[in-house]
Design a protein around this ligand. Structure first.
Ligand SMILES: *[C@@H]1O[C@H](CO)[C@@H](O)[C@H](O)[C@H]1NC(C)=O
Ligand SMILES: *[C@@H]1O[C@H](CO)[C@@H](O)[C@H](O)[C@H]1NC(C)=O
Ligand SMILES: *[C@@H]1O[C@H](CO)[C@@H](O)[C@H](O)[C@H]1NC(C)=O
Length: 412
């Protein structure tokens, strides 16, 4: 029997053959994402992001079979801030489905619910004998593994492995995580310890034939409001209405530990001055800022004249320095992506939300906390992804970027 997706593809192919004027649109399913900024707490965005990096590195080390040092293990118990800026998707679980608001995370690969809205067991819920736990730096969860029907847009995955939290921290206001990172990151998250990986929702949609390509396209947009429905997650293809020009791909880096994530090789220059020569880092929707190795940040700080702002933890510049701010250029696999001066600053209308002062100008480029050469020397977080469409291609182990109508927009 043909699946609907396959049939659609065949029909499209037939109509193209019959009439070359018909435009082929790659078939994909998409889900709207709402961007939310939590304004109830004075956040230190940088501290949040740096904690996350430490936890990602610790998880990578554990996945590679390494022993965690005391400092790395301590990250796991550290008191953490709630997520500050998040993109949320509505996902249904069960039969009939209960809707959960899940954080979209390319830096982890487990999907779990139960942080706020309690998990409702239905006729399709099957509890396994496994425990499951993940640490994020911005929080953690532990609970039980269930197999259940997961509804994404109009599609259903009949038996998706999900975590049901019995304990979680750092996720107030959301119900859990939709983990869309590479499947290898699920290594070691089940106990009793098993070497098996947990197929992600993307893997299952692909293996059951609901999507014809094992890839995800993500569209974010910059905004100056606290909460807005302005993102889109597309499975199985890309949404050409969300980007301009072509998508350029870069292979997943071979450098550890970035190679466990959506990691790439990239160099960075400020204006015409190189501040970070080609090195490995990651692309991550769970990080708010753009983080660069400490040595690159000191060069950036020197070139821009920025000072560290004690209230927000971010770099701050004067209006005169802003008037002279050069673009920051990110080069990967021979293609350069430009973050304009406007794209390098926090939306001024939202200064108060991060503990800043009205009228001040804060930079969204921050210090990753370690020198370059660690195999994890940058994170292209939201601040970057809100300016470029991104594609996470599991089948071909590569990441793609394209410009959008917002790449050079003056919104901040
Ligand atoms: C915002 O963060 C606070 C403190 O971390 C938390 O209690 C609250 O539930 C969050 N609100 C939303 C809407 O996420
Ligand atoms: C990335 O950089 C590393 C280190 O220089 C190099 O070995 C590798 O070939 C580069 N490319 C990829 C795709 O990893
Ligand atoms: C920022 O904090 C540090 C350490 O707490 C202090 O030494 C410094 O004077 C503060 N700077 C400003 C501008 O308040």
């Amino acid at each position: 029997m043909f699946s609907t997706a396959l049939l659609t593809t065949i029909l499209l192919a037939l109509s193209v053959a019959a009439n070359p004027v018909v435009q082929v649109r790659n078939s994909h399913i998409s889900l709207p994402l709402s961007r939310r900024l939590n304004t109830t707490s004075a956040h230190n965005l940088l501290r949040h992001d740096v904690q996350r990096v430490k936890a990602l590195k610790a998880r990578a080390k554990a996945a590679l079979g390494g022993e965690l040092s005391f400092e790395e293990a301590a990250v796991i118990d550290e008191q953490v801030d709630n997520q500050a800026v998040t993109y949320i998707a509505s996902i249904g679980v069960g039969t009939p489905p209960t809707t959960y608001q899940l954080l979209v995370d390319t830096g982890s690969s487990n999907t779990w619910v139960g942080a706020t809205t309690a998990y409702a067991r239905t006729s399709s819920s099957v509890q396994t004998s496994n425990r499951v736990s993940v640490t994020y730096g911005s929080g953690s969860f532990s609970g039980t593994e269930f197999l259940d029907a997961v509804h994404i847009s109009s599609l259903v995955i009949p038996q998706q492995s999900i975590g049901v939290a019995s304990r979680s921290s750092g996720f107030q206001g959301t119900d859990g995580i939709l983990g869309i990172g590479p499947v290898d990151l699920t290594q070691g998250t089940l106990s009793p310890a098993t070497s098996s990986l947990i197929p992600t929702v993307t893997d299952n949609l692909f293996s059951q034939g609901s999507i014809t390509a094992n890839e995800i396209g993500i569209s974010f947009e910059p905004t100056t409001s606290d909460e807005v429905l302005n993102g889109e997650l597309a499975w199985g293809g890309t949404d050409s209405s969300k980007f301009s020009g072509s998508i350029n791909f870069t292979p997943i880096t071979s450098t550890s530990p970035s190679n466990l994530f959506w990691g790439i090789n990239q160099s960075v220059r400020y204006g015409s001055t190189s501040i970070l020569s080609t090195t490995a880092g990651i692309v991550d929707t769970g990080t708010t800022l753009v983080l660069l190795a400490s040595d690159a940040i000191s060069r950036y700080q020197q070139l821009t004249g920025a000072v560290l702002d004690n209230n927000t933890g971010l770099l701050r510049i004067t209006s005169a320095q802003f008037a002279n701010l050069q673009s920051l250029f990110f080069t990967t696999n021979g293609v350069t992506y430009e973050l304009t001066a406007n794209a390098q600053i926090w939306p001024r209308a939202l200064n108060a939300d991060i503990g800043g002062t009205a009228g001040n100008i804060y930079l969204i480029v921050g210090d990753i906390g370690t020198p370059s050469g660690e195999g994890f020397d940058f994170v292209n977080g939201f601040a970057f992804l809100e300016r470029f469409y991104s594609v996470f291609d599991t089948a071909n182990r590569r990441v793609g970027f394209a410009t959008t109508p917002f790449t050079t927009a003056t919104t901040n």
